[in-house]
Design a protein around this ligand. Sequence first.
Ligand code: IMP
Length: 212
Amino acid sequence: MRIILATNNENKVAEISAILDAFGITVEGAASAGGMPEVEEDGVTFAENALAKARAGARNFGEPALADDSGLEIPALDGRPGVYSARYAGPSCSYADNNRKLLGEMTDLEGDKRRGRFVCSAALAFPDGQEYVVEGELFGTITTEPRGSGGFGYDPVFVPDGRGRTLAEMNSEEKNDISHRRRAFEKMAGVLRNLAASGAIESLAEGEKPPV
Ligand code: IMP
């Protein structure tokens, strides 16, 4: 059985495939399976948006589909940027615009008020309507200035708990090892293995039998 990764974003396909590969789970990116239609991300939670994309993938390909949605939440800002993380500073803003807006809003916040978390919801949808959602998170603190040139998005302003450097000051292995996406898809690997072990899906990767 094929599992489609319902995104046209090849960076996401590479990162998520690598995580699931370690569990013996093979997925195919939507682009190489024929492409995904754009899905409106109008949910009020990451889970709703991830499910909308996974459902669209399952409908489009007639096969089980995985998708994710992620962003940054700051409790002292009532959860902003939240589901608006990508377009926080406006419809066609850059990552730098978003970081500037975020740091501007946090100028007067100190100590614990600068804490936040990255969240990733991962969703699995089947053509028959079965659905599963899991969440991964990474807690940390927002800096007062951007630091580092790696990664993307809010990486230059986010220092994970227990580390002295921003995500943009880490190499990709170090970041991907602790990321909210890794944590969500590790949980999803557990869901997929349970489904395979119970016979609900045929197999995880060609030639591989899940442990029982
Ligand atoms: P997406 O909708 O899951 O592709 O991500 C939404 C937005 O959340 C991105 O455009 C980034 O601004 C932010 N984001 C998600 N994950 C990360 C991350 O790992 N580092 C930095 N920013 C992130």
